[in-house]
Design a protein around this ligand. Structure first.
Ligand SMILES: Nc1ncnc2c1ncn2[C@@H]1O[C@H](COP(=O)(O)OP(=O)(O)OP(=O)(O)O)[C@@H](O)[C@H]1O
Length: 230
């Protein structure tokens, strides 16, 4: 599903690699927890997998396609077709309704729209209910939703149209323990329904037990500092 080989990346102007990963893979439908201290490069790696950041060296295959060989519009189209991304700050669009935020990926991807079924609005509502968004939130502007509610909208948007891989960047960091555990269970259920693999980033090790496998980025990343590995 995901295969990374000798992947290297550094931010413009930097001399040191930020990411230097010899080998990493993810199976179809696998749910993996990716941990590591703040600043060790978790979001940077997700950005590389999503094709938002561009690798300097190495290869990154998703479903057999090497993302590092795709440029510009082709890479954007591949992302829209195959990836769901729950951003750390959710990135909901304030001028769109809750439903229009959720169905947004289907505007950019025909494949995603087809997989979402004949009635997009109904599928968006089903996902939001499955993720326990209160019914009265459907007609509110997204700017009037609580953080937990925005997080559910962001998760539904990432899941619509059954992406092969769901990337989640610390989406639960603002939640209390009960709400967080309940949300992760709902997210897992929906990933299973959609047949999606899940790469979930967090530095909260108490969440590890929900996942098939847990990985420490500093242990994976040859560019990690000794402090990060500890
Ligand atoms: N757009 C950018 N330009 C330059 N450097 C960046 C950029 N984004 C992140 N960095 C740097 O890359 C390093 C890794 O940042 P990243 O956000 O990937 O860490 P993280 O592990 O996700 O952290 P956190 O847990 O705090 O979200 C940091 O040193 C950061 O300053």
């Amino acid at each position: 599903m995901l295969l990374i080989k000798d992947l290297r990346f550094r931010w413009p102007g930097q001399e040191q690699w930020q990411i230097d990963i010899p080998d990493f893979s993810l199976e179809a439908k696998e749910r993996v927890f990716l941990k590591g201290a703040s600043g060790c490069g978790k979001s940077t790696l997700l950005g590389l997998i999503a094709g938002i950041n561009t690798a300097d060296q190495g290869s990154l295959h998703i479903q057999g396609r090497d993302l590092t060989a795709l440029k510009g519009a082709k890479r954007d189209a591949f992302r829209a077709d195959h990836l769901g991304y729950i951003f750390q700050q959710f990135n909901l669009l304030p001028y769109l309704s809750v439903i229009d935020n959720v169905t947004l990926p289907c505007r950019f991807s025909k494949a995603r729209k087809e997989r979402a079924g004949d009635n997009l609005q109904q599928e968006a509502e089903r996902l939001l209910r499955a993720l326990a968004l209160p019914e009265n939130c459907l007609d509110k502007p997204v700017t009037e939703l609580s953080i937990g509610q925005q997080q559910r909208v962001a998760a539904a948007r990432a899941l619509i149209g059954k992406p092969a891989l769901l990337l989640a960047d610390e989406p639960t960091s603002a939640l209390d323990a009960d709400t967080r555990n309940a949300f992760i269970s709902l997210l897992m259920n929906e990933c299973e329904n959609a047949g999606s693999s899940l790469l979930f980033v967090s530095h909260d090790s108490s969440l590890e037990s929900h996942f098939d496998r847990s990985i420490s980025l500093p242990e994976l990343n040859r560019a990690a500092t000794p402090m990060e590995v500890l």
